[in-house]
Design a protein around this ligand. Structure first.
Ligand code: CS2
Length: 484
């Protein structure tokens, strides 16, 4: 057993009606939004219980949560010896929409006048937007399916737009949509997705959404690795808790939200949420510093032979490389923060990454790279070019990602990315020449800003880095030559 403190729930679900519908009932939602709501409900009360739905995957979790009476625990590890165990009862109903009953239940809540807010954690790809431009992927089969009104929705967008239409027709005011995914201007992106989706069939309704639905942006932060069977065993040994639905996370948590909730909102401030007018700076800092470092660790750390974030962090060269990346390549692009603030933020991040209780798998972070890199590295790289500053750490990251894709393609292993088949084909087609490989990667202007595709100096540098990686040069050595 370790040193842990249990915080029992003081929420009595019967006393709080549902005010929020969440789509994307994964570990992150249970360890982040639900924990804040738990605090609000126990401190302030109010009708802000959550109905949480999974639209296509993880029906088992829904069953398990229901079997446990919608009560679960979040284990917050400060380090290997110290944790807080929180009991959570803020989720009042869990739904799986892979069945007719589940779809009906979700639509019933989405169209209820008591539902004021719809929160989303469906990951970047769940919005069906092209990563660089943010345009809706109208030809995607799931979107095509959901655009046909005789079909039952498969996507979050399909559900939201259908529910908004019913609310409009019945004279019920629109709920606020709060995207909690790691995208730049996530509110703007969610709005663009919903408006473009609606526009395909009904221009006037699309205009109505544009005018009547609030889509505040938000920055969410908490490291919540997927729970493995080994975690369940560890938590049992550490705390005596034995349940399949528990979530493991770090002590740190942050939520910054733009305050735009026409139908009202929970008193989130009492739970430590920062309500602001504009979230853009917080979001950019977090995406570039935290998520950007995470992606560097994911590709370069894996190539260096590590499996988890904290293992990779024990390597002095990797730690120094991340420190360099944040100070030299990200900090100059974040002019609205003082150097002291940025220093403190990056120092804290390095410590968070060192948390040895999390066993955060690098491969979990590596998935969906095509959807993540634009906001994590590429917008920074463009800004550094405008500032006439080098971006050698980011370039090593890009070469690492390309090599990672190639390794997987040659070994027929999945990279868990919606563009996997296209990226694999490209890797196979240019097996013989790193130069051509890089060139055709950079031509993918759904991932890379189009101004990079003609940049011959960049192409040569990336090809050279890939050659070094393929010829077995140690990643740590390559990192040190970036820093020196
Ligand atoms: C991670 C994030 O998997 C990933 O891509 O970078 O999930 C990260 O852990 C969270 O954004 C932390 O707030």
């Amino acid at each position: 057993m370790i040193n842990f403190q249990t915080i029992h729930s003081r929420v009595l679900p019967d006393q709080h009606d549902v005010g929020i519908v969440h789509i994307g009932l994964g570990a992150f939602h249970r360890a982040h939004q639900a924990v804040y709501l738990e605090k609000v409900l126990s401190e302030q009360g109010g009708d802000w219980s959550i109905v949480s739905a999974n639209i296509r995957s993880n029906y088992r979790l829904v069953d398990q949560l229901n079997a446990a009476g919608l009560r679960y625990h979040v284990v917050e590890y400060s380090d290997k010896e110290t944790a807080k165990v929180r009991e959570i009862r803020a989720i009042k109903e869990a739904i799986f929409t892979g069945t007719e009953d589940g779809r009906k239940a979700l639509l019933k809540y989405l169209t209820a006048s008591t539902t004021k807010i719809v929160t989303l954690t469906v990951t970047e790809k769940g919005y069906y937007l092209e990563p660089v431009s943010g345009r809706l992927l109208i030809d995607n089969p799931d979107i095509r399916h959901d655009l046909n009104p005789v079909n039952q929705p498969k996507t979050a967008l399909g559900f939201i737009v259908q529910a908004l239409k019913q609310r409009k027709d019945q004279g019920i005011e629109a709920f606020t949509v709060l995207s909690c995914d790691n995208m730049p201007h996530n509110g703007v992106r969610a709005k663009q997705a919903a408006v473009e989706f609606a526009k395909v069939k009904d221009e006037a309704f699309a205009k109505w959404i544009e005018k009547n639905v609030a889509f505040p942006s938000t920055m969410v932060d908490r490291i919540v690795p997927a729970v493995s069977p080994a975690d369940i065993e560890m938590i049992y040994a550490d705390t005596g808790l034995n349940e399949p639905i528990l979530v493991k996370t770090e002590h740190f948590s942050q939520w910054v939200i733009e305050d735009d909730f026409p139908l009202g909102r929970p008193d989130w401030e009492t739970a430590g949420v920062q309500m602001v007018d504009d979230v853009a700076n917080y979001e950019m800092m977090k995406l570039r510093m935290l998520n950007g470092s995470h992606s560097l660790l994911a590709y370069l750390g894996s190539l260096a032979g590590f499996k988890t974030v904290s293992e990779a962090m024990q390597d002095e060269s990797i730690r120094a490389f991340l420190d360099f990346y944040m100070r030299q390549e990200v900090a100059p692009t974040l002019s609205s923060f003082s150097s002291e603030e940025l220093e403190a933020y990056s120092e804290q991040l390095l410590q968070r990454f060192e948390n040895t209780s999390l066993y955060h798998q690098l491969l979990q972070i590596a998935m969906d790279g095509s959807q993540k890199l634009p906001q994590r590295w590429l917008s920074t790289l463009l800004q550094l070019r405008d500032l006439k500053l080098p971006s050698t750490a980011i370039e090593l990251g890009i070469a690492g990602w390309m090599s990672f894709v190639c390794h997987a393609a040659y070994g027929s292993q999945s990279i868990n990315d919606p563009l996997e088949s296209e990226l694999f084909e490209l890797s196979q087609n240019h097996r013989e020449s790193s130069h051509d490989l890089v060139q055709s990667f950079l031509k993918r202007d759904d991932i890379f800003p189009s101004s990079l595709k003609e940049n011959t100096a960049l192409i040569t540098r990336l090809a050279d880095l890939i050659n070094q990686i393929h010829s077995g040069t140690k990643i740590q050595q390559m990192m040190l030559s970036v820093i020196q």
